[in-house]
Design a protein around this ligand. Structure first.
Ligand SMILES: *Cc1c(COP(=O)(O)O)cnc(C)c1O
Length: 377
């Protein structure tokens, strides 16, 4: 029997027990919002880690259509994958360059962000006058030349970089004193690179105001609907909706337990929705309703939602299956085959991340491969 490609897609979609939709119209709107907030600076986009898990091959071309011309990826392989989709864009490689990634960098016309004196020496010896960017560490102690090393670099014989940049450690917390220190250090070292474009602000940084926008901003999480400033209700649009299918509705008697380790004891006769999602899908085990260490620090585990009503996870989240307590829903309000939202219009990214003891970034980038993915807009 032969089956057409679309029939296979339809068959796999209808067989899926997890589905993910990515709203590209909302993503584009979020980017335009960041662009407008960036004032006269160009607004780029961080699309590393497969576009924060959302699918860089769909997200990056959509942003290019909006006018984005500066894309940030983590490594040269990510850049190589995007180059055919972004023929005219500048693609910057955040992890820089090393001997093993040199051929890939050149072949796909990527701009390495040089992160150490060793990377600088290697690039200048091998790449001649090709474009490179220079990362100056102002407070992360992660990647980048120290300001002293950057000053020495500017006085050497090396051709000038096309961009100097640095990265905030605490941009999500506008009151943190490290922000002012990093801004001062960056503005100081920029005087060694007159006329060279500069970039400092990630999503949170964009909200710190015009003084940190420079020539280019680099939003990531805000594009995908995350909260750029901690605890400030974001007016960004929801981009990612993750759902799981109800496989079975079962009844458990008061006193019975649910899931591995007998982690949950029913205090009443309960109705349980068993759904086809688990930690293998990035629905982290730490978000279990009970039986995991995090529950002693944060009493409440994750919730799902059906028709806007929250239903709590009970017991441990297992590899492929999760149980929700639906006892409080009216009879017939939930049935096998129904979809339960885990992330989306009812349950914000931050709420789901908090329940798992993590952050929106990690939640998005750990969304698994089993989801039937669809793109809107
Ligand atoms: C990931 C990253 C960004 C984007 O950060 P968000 O907080 O997601 O906006 C910007 N700059 C650098 C150097 C990054 O690594």
């Amino acid at each position: 029997m032969t089956t057409s490609a679309s029939a296979i897609d339809h068959a796999s979609l209808s067989a899926a027990t997890t589905r993910l939709s990515v709203d590209l119209t909302a993503l584009a709107e979020n980017w335009r919002k960041m662009r407008d907030l960036s004032g006269s600076a160009r607004c780029g986009a961080a699309v590393k880690a497969n576009g924060y898990g959302t699918g860089a091959d769909r997200v990056a071309p959509r942003l290019a259509r909006e006018g984005c011309r500066d894309f940030f990826v983590a490594d040269a392989n990510e850049g190589a994958g995007l180059r055919p989709l972004l023929p005219d864009a500048r693609i910057y490689v955040l992890n820089g360059v090393f001997e093993g990634s040199f051929a890939q960098t050149l072949a796909h016309d990527l701009i390495p962000i040089i992160n150490s004196p060793e990377q600088a020496a290697f690039w200048l010896e091998n790449a001649g006058t090709r474009d490179y960017a220079l990362h100056i560490d102002t407070g992360m102690n992660r990647l980048g030349l120290t300001p002293e090393q950057a000053a020495a670099h500017s006085q050497g014989s090396a051709p000038s970089p096309c961009l100097v940049m640095s990265h905030f450690a605490c941009a999500d917390d506008p009151a943190h004193p490290l922000n002012a220190r990093q801004i001062k250090l960056f503005d100081g070292i920029r005087s060694c690179f007159p006329g060279i474009e500069a970039s400092l602000a990630n999503s949170g940084g964009i909200f710190l105001g015009a003084a940190v926008h420079h020539d280019l901003t680099r939003p990531g999480i805000a594009l995908y609907g995350g909260e750029p400033v901690s605890g400030v209700a974001n007016r960004l649009r929801t981009v990612v909706t993750a759902e799981t299918r109800v496989l079975v509705i079962r009844e458990a008697k008061a006193g019975e337990t649910v899931s591995y380790g007998g982690a949950h004891s029913c205090t009443r006769d309960s109705r349980i929705a068993v759904c086809g999602i688990g930690y293998a899908d990035g629905f982290h085990r730490s978000a279990s309703g009970s039986g995991v260490p995090l529950r002693s620090a944060v009493p409440q585990g994750a919730c799902g939602a059906i028709n806007g009503v929250r239903i709590p996870v009970i017991g441990k989240i297992t590899m492929d299956l999760t149980m929700f307590d639906v006892t409080d829903l009216p009879d017939g309000a939930i049935n096998p085959g129904d979809w339960i939202e885990l992330l989306g219009p009812t349950i914000p990214l931050e709420e789901a991340a908090d329940a798992a003891g993590t952050i929106s970034y990690e939640l998005l980038t750990s969304l698994g491969r089993r989801y039937a993915r669809s793109y809107l807009g």
